[in-house]
Design a protein around this ligand. Sequence first.
Ligand SMILES: CC(C)(COP(=O)(O)OP(=O)(O)OC[C@H]1O[C@@H](n2cnc3c(N)ncnc32)[C@H](O)[C@@H]1OP(=O)(O)O)[C@@H](O)C(=O)NCCC(=O)NCCS
Length: 142
Amino acid sequence: MSANPSPKSSSSQVQLPTDQELVLKVIPMPGDCNANGDIFGGWVMAQVDLAGSVVPARYAGGRMATVAVNEFIFKQPVRVGDILSFFSKLTRIGRTSITVKVEVYAEQFRTQGNYIKVTEASLTYVAIDENGQPREVPKPGV
Ligand SMILES: CC(C)(COP(=O)(O)OP(=O)(O)OC[C@H]1O[C@@H](n2cnc3c(N)ncnc32)[C@H](O)[C@@H]1OP(=O)(O)O)[C@@H](O)C(=O)NCCC(=O)NCCS
């Protein structure tokens, strides 16, 4: 992930999703770079984990833990100062687990409104009890 500014080609520009919810916006700073001065992929993964937890938290009814990153694709580099928008939607509710899709879109700080998709991921969260053991996700209305 390069920190060097580069023009983003219009061919990679996309529309924001209309079937997902905006759950987080954040701007990476120089402190989020690795030793080479590039944005650290682990920083992006941490933000995606946080963003992904927002929708499951509505259903879990308490404590939960990330059990799996099923898929994680870095499609385009993230630059220092980009505005990142994290969109998410529910893809599956199991007995004790909840799976979501997360997509991350970047826009340049000075030319806002032109988005590229930089990351997409699928994560699974498990509802856990006070002992850290899986517990059933409450049924709606129960
Ligand atoms: C989360 C945790 C309590 C689950 O315990 P477990 O004994 O693996 O639980 P189970 O095998 O009963 O699986 C629980 C649910 O997770 C799902 N699951 C387990 N492993 C999975 C995997 N690799 N991928 C997707 N889903 C998975 C199961 O399908 C099940 O879902 P369901 O009840 O909806 O069918 C345990 O693995 C744990 O504590 N992990 C560490 C969590 C953590 O620290 N996360 C932060 C990491 S930095």
